[in-house]
Design a protein around this ligand. Structure first.
Ligand SMILES: C[S@@+](CC[C@H](N)C(=O)[O-])C[C@H]1O[C@@H](n2cnc3c(N)ncnc32)[C@H](O)[C@@H]1O
Length: 205
């Protein structure tokens, strides 16, 4: 779980931190980074995995993951580099947040579909800022399994489980879903910080 401090700041982050996010904002193109997750993919995750009651969605977008989590009773905090309309979205550049920026009163698992361009960085950073036993679920392209740099990541931090969608789920570009846009294969990758075994692979839906 992520350690969060209670020091009369916002639930996460500081004003200095938020201003650094605004700078980063300028380099983010909305079209390239916003692909909403089909809610069915979240339902399938929750049929297979349990999380701590307190969850952080650090690339919350329009809240397509967060809303399903809330409907299942999870207490969700959402942040994103851009406010895309999910309630109370905190403007935070996840890749710039560090342990000192995080309030310490909450313990949160992390569930997100990160920007594809920074998927590896999101995974590494989530692991870096989390306490042991924190569960981190990332909705990633199946091809995330490939690649020399990612091999090093997997050797250092093996995922505990990988849920592969045997029927395609789709992501909505800019939040608009088109069922014909299902050319990409996705999986949920589950890390538990500190886990050192071999991943279990399960095929779902
Ligand atoms: C693939 S979309 C997923 C949106 C949402 N998680 C979902 O599943 O529907 C990625 C999101 O990451 C956000 N994002 C991009 N870079 C970010 C960063 N450095 N920190 C936080 N959010 C970021 C984008 O604004 C976008 O909303």
């Amino acid at each position: 779980m992520v350690k969060i401090t209670n020091n009369n700041k916002d639930w996460i982050g500081t004003s200095k931190f938020i201003s650094s996010c605004n700078n980063r904002n300028k380099s983010v193109t909305e079209n390239n980074d916003y692909y909403a997750t089909e809610p069915k993919a979240v339902e399938i995750l929750l049929e297979n995995e349990r999380f701590c009651k307190y969850v952080w969605e650090p690339a919350v977008g329009g809240g397509h993951i967060a809303t399903v989590l809330e409907s299942r009773g999870y207490n969700v905090k959402g942040s994103d580099i851009i406010d895309r309309g999910y309630k109370d979205t905190k403007i935070i550049d996840f890749l710039k947040i560090n342990r000192e920026n995080i309030e310490k009163d909450f313990s949160r698992d992390i569930i997100t579909n990160p920007p594809y361009k920074y998927a590896k960085e999101f995974v590494e950073h989530a692991l870096d800022i989390s306490m042991d036993s924190t569960k981190i679920a990332m909705f990633l392209k199946l091809t995330f399994l490939e690649g020399k740099a990612r091999k090093q990541l997997f050797e250092k931090h093996p995922p505990k489980k990988i849920y592969i969608f045997s029927s395609r789920v789709c992501c909505g570009k800019n939040g608009e879903f088109n069922p014909k846009n299902n050319a990409v294969a996705y999986a949920w990758f589950i890390w538990v910080k500190g886990f050192k075994g071999s991943p279990v692979i399960k095929w779902v839906n």
